[in-house]
Structures are given as C-alpha cells and as structure tokens.
Design a protein around this ligand. Structure first.
Ligand code: GCU
Length: 511
C-alpha cells in the first residue's frame, strides 16, 4: 500500500513538474488513471462481464498445470476458419473477391476480437532529425540519422510520446536503398564519429585546467602522470575486421548487401506492460483513461509506430520507400506480423519466433495457450480477446476454438507481399512453448491466398492437417511466402543470410 502510494505520488509530482515546465494548466484535463497491471486487467474483465478466466498453463513441463506438449491432443478443433470463404460461406475464387469481400471481413475480425482498433482520433506525428553524421560500421561507410517522432499532445498535454528511431544507410552504394525496420530497445549510434587525436588533446587540456580550478590539489596528480588523459577515445571502427559473412550481426549483413536499417524503440511508443496502457500512445489517445474492449493493445500500437516510421522514410531521399520491410523476434515477431498484415505499404516481413499471438494458430493447444495471452500477455491484445479465455462470464465460456479468425488469416493478410516465417529449435532454446508446428500449419493454410493472388507460397499443398514440417535448416524460399527453421535458438539472426538474398531477389534489388 505505502509503496504504491509513494509511486503514485512520484508519478503525480513528475506530471505536475513537467506541466509547469511546459506552461500547461494540468487542472484543465482529466487526470490520467494510474492502475497496476492487475487493476487494469480486472477493469477489462468487468467491462466484459467476465467473472473468471481459465489460468494460463505453466511452461515448466514438471509443474502440475504444465502446458500440453502432446501432439495428439493439440488440435481440439482441427478445422480452421476457411480463409477463402466469406462468413456467409461464399467461396472466394478471384483476386477481386479477395480484396473486396474476404480481406475486409478478416481485417474486421482481427481488429474487433484480437488486436484492437486504432482510434480515429490518434494524433499526428512530426519527425525531426536530431543528429545526422557519417560513421563507419566495420568497413562500410554509413549515414546515420537519429530521429524523433513527436506525437501531437495538444489535446492532452499530461502525456508526452516521443518515438525514438535510428536510421542507418550505407554510403557506398547508389541509393535510394531498401530499408528494414527492426523493433528493438533504445536505439544507439552504431559507431559514433569522434574527435581526432589533435582535438582530443585540446579537450583534455581544457578539461584538466577546469578540474584544477575546481580542486588545485589535482595539479600534483596530473604533473605526476603527464601522459595521462582523463578523456579517452572509444575504440574506432575496425578496418581490419574480417569481411562480412553469414555469422556477422544482421545489421552488418544488411549494410554489406546494400540495405539500410532502422531500429525503433517499441517502449517509446507503448510500454510493454499492463500498467502502462493508460499512458504511451494508447493512453494519450484515450486521454489517460483505460481502454474499451475494442481498443488497440500494445502489439497494434507498436505496429502503428512502425507505420509512422515508414511515413518518415517516405520523405527521406536516401530510402526506397517501396522497399521497406519490418522485422522482430518473439513479442516483436508478433508485432512485425501485425504491422505487415495491416499496413500494405510494407513490402516485406521477417517474422522471428513469434508464437501465440503471432504466426501460431490460436486454436492449437500446444505450449503457450490462449489463456496465456488472456492472462500475463493480455495488454498485447485488445480487451475483447479476453472473452476467449473466459471460464465464466455473462456471455458464457469461450475458448480459442470460438475465435472467428486464426493466424493463417493474419499471414494471408500479408499476401501477395514477401512474408518470411522464421523459427529456431527447442534444443537450442527456441522452446516448444512457441509451437513451431502450429505456425507451420498456419503458413501452409495461408498459402492458398498467395496462390490466388498469383504468387507462390512455400511450395506444398494447403492441406494443413496433412503437410509435415520439413527437416530443420530446410529453406522453403522459392515463393513470396517463405519458411525456414534454423538450428539455433530464440533469434532470427541465423536466418538473415537466407532472408537478405531472398528479399533482394524478390524486390529486384542489387547494390
Ligand atoms: C513469453 C511469452 C511469449 C513471448 C515471449 C517473448 O514467452 O509467452 O508470447 O513471445 O515471452 O516475447 O519473449
């Protein structure tokens, strides 16, 4: 109680100080609601009339409530919603029917029941280049721009959202270049340019003088070690580094192939927790109030942020905005797939180890469950998703089998654009929790839409109950829809050496 009270007080103090600094009269606006994650979760349950949720399973195979890892029990409702039939049952046989009838239905269901809607009043973002400089990443000269997207908060100045993003493009190729946006933590300069040795000497002598003025006894120390310099240079670029290869960091592989990349800080868009849902872009748009059941969750908010990043890239002459991709791993893999599905300007996606809420079928009961996403991960989703984990509610109990859509249809929303589904292996830490098989089934089923739209899928039938997963390290990379399970862990890095040539070829790009 006291801890919570203290936190609350700090929060208010911070807002009050911030508002005073900006000359805003905070009493004119509704106070932002400060909930704990649990309070926010309960609030949403109440709005939906849910009195009890089934608990999510444990990932620990030895726990009494452990997740199911028995394939024979994994398909309680094996028949997926037909991606190529309307809700009324009309078969979809032409591209036109897909675009005009079926696709909008699927979008509507995902927005209403799974990821939530972006409110119409979400404010505008204006981008500023904060720092621009030339650097070297290994041997590649690059242009780096540190960008900030300020979200207009005139309608609710008590919440401030500034999206942090770093753009890095190779300077040794004739642009404009394709760019991969990567969901990440706080972006940093890859190899900040530094003062020359002569300039460092100047900085150090001024610095020493300043220090001696502050504390004259320091003079003795500096005299004793005349070669010592308090300010030292960071290690510079390594021009003798081995040439970039398939084991190099993905960002270096991208630059070597003539691609640029962007790192975008997810939590500068929306916090990765439930208590933050009344702040960030969701909170700002809601004027600090809790969500309604159809409002967007964090995955949709991160995807929205990536779309705003693409808005900026469309204005930057270094970038070929028709060849911008989106990438992420794990929860950010889910966000990458959501981004691609909803914003058709993205040309390509690399979906890394995304699991439930990403490429894996919600209906499958294997590893992570719908109940995990209605419990701990609830704020990633929209409120309505909670209904599918309800044991007791005014509208009855529901399970994943009651969802009107499933992940094969999310992948299908990406068609005919380039869509690469990536996983690692459980033995190396890409846990069974992720349900690789369920993602493969979804990829197989989604293929029907790629074919309908005149491009290739992973090159098998679309019979998701019959098709077997290929052996590890088999690249299914001929089509616009691609699948590869590498033999590493919970990362997509080992697949970059396949992803980059595949994407470059399909986008008709060579440096
Ligand atoms: C948990 C969670 C997953 C998520 C992952 C991550 O395992 O259950 O849904 O993808 O964390 O993002 O690290």
């Amino acid at each position: 109680m006291t801890k919570h009270f203290l936190l609350l007080s700090f929060f208010w103090l911070a807002i009050a100080i911030d508002c005073r600094a900006q000359g805003v009269d905070s009493s004119k606006f509704p106070k932002p609601v400060v909930f704990t994650t649990q309070q926010d979760h309960e609030n949403m349950m109440k709005q939906l009339g849910i009195t009890q949720l089934r608990p999510g399973p444990s990932g620990d195979a030895n726990a009494p409530n452990h997740a199911n890892y028995d394939q024979t029990k994994a398909n309680p409702c094996p028949v997926l919603p037909d991606v190529l039939a309307t809700r009324k049952g009309t078969k979809i046989t032409t591209a036109e029917q897909w675009w005009k009838q079926r696709r909008p239905e699927i979008v509507e269901d995902f927005e209403k029941e799974v990821y939530g809607r972006i409110p119409a009043n979400v404010p505008q973002v204006s981008w500023t280049v904060k720092v621009m400089e030339r650097e070297f990443v290994a041997r590649t000269p690059v242009i780096v721009k540190m960008l900030q997207g300020h979200v207009d908060n005139n309608a609710y100045p008590l919440i401030n959202v500034d999206i942090n993003m770093m753009l890095v493009v190779p300077a040794n190729v004739k642009g404009p270049v394709p760019v991969l946006i990567m969901f990440s933590g706080r972006p940093s300069f890859p190899a900040p340019a530094q003062p020359s040795p002569d300039e460092m000497e100047k900085i150090n002598s001024a610095f020493k003088e300043m220090m001696i003025r502050q504390d004259p006894s320091l003079k003795m120390i500096f005299d004793k070690y005349p070669a010592y310099t308090p300010v030292t240079r960071l290690p510079g670029p390594n021009f003798f580094a081995p040439a970039v290869n398939g084991d190099s960091p993905p960002t270096e592989q991208l630059l070597a192939a003539g691609w640029g990349y962007v790192t975008i800080e997810t939590t500068s868009i929306q916090a990765d927790n439930g208590e933050g849902i009344t702040r960030g872009i969701i909170g700002l748009t809601n004027k600090g109030q809790p969500r309604k059941p159809e409002d967007w969750g964090a995955l949709r908010a991160w995807a929205w942020g990536a779309s705003r990043g693409l808005d900026y890239l469309e204005t930057d002459s270094l970038v070929d905005a028709k060849k911008v991709g989106i990438e992420g791993v794990s929860r950010y893999g889910k966000a990458a797939l959501v981004t691609m599905a909803f914003d058709q300007r993205f040309a390509v996606v690399l979906v890394g180890s995304s699991g439930k809420g990403g490429a894996t079928l919600h209906r499958r009961v294997f590893g992570e469950a719908v109940e995990s996403l209605t419990g701990g991960g609830y704020y990633w989703m929209c409120g309505n998703y909670l209904k599918y984990g309800a044991a007791q509610s005014t509208t009855g109990a529901k399970t994943g089998c009651d969802l009107p859509v499933d992940s094969h249809e999310l992948i299908a929303l990406c068609a005919p654009r380039l869509t690469f589904i990536s996983y690692g292996i459980p033995e190396k830490g890409d846990a069974n929790w992720l349900d690789h098989k369920g993602s493969y089934m979804a990829t197989v089923a989604a293929g029907a839409v790629f074919k309908l739209l005149g491009v290739n899928d992973i090159g098998v039938t679309n019979d998701y109950m019959k098709e077997e997963m290929p052996p590890v390290n088999t690249g299914m990379l001929e089509g616009e829809l691609a699948w590869r399970q590498h033999d590493g862990g919970h990362t997509d890095a080992p697949n970059f050496k396949f992803f980059i040539p595949w994407a470059s070829k399909k986008l008709n790009y060579s440096k």
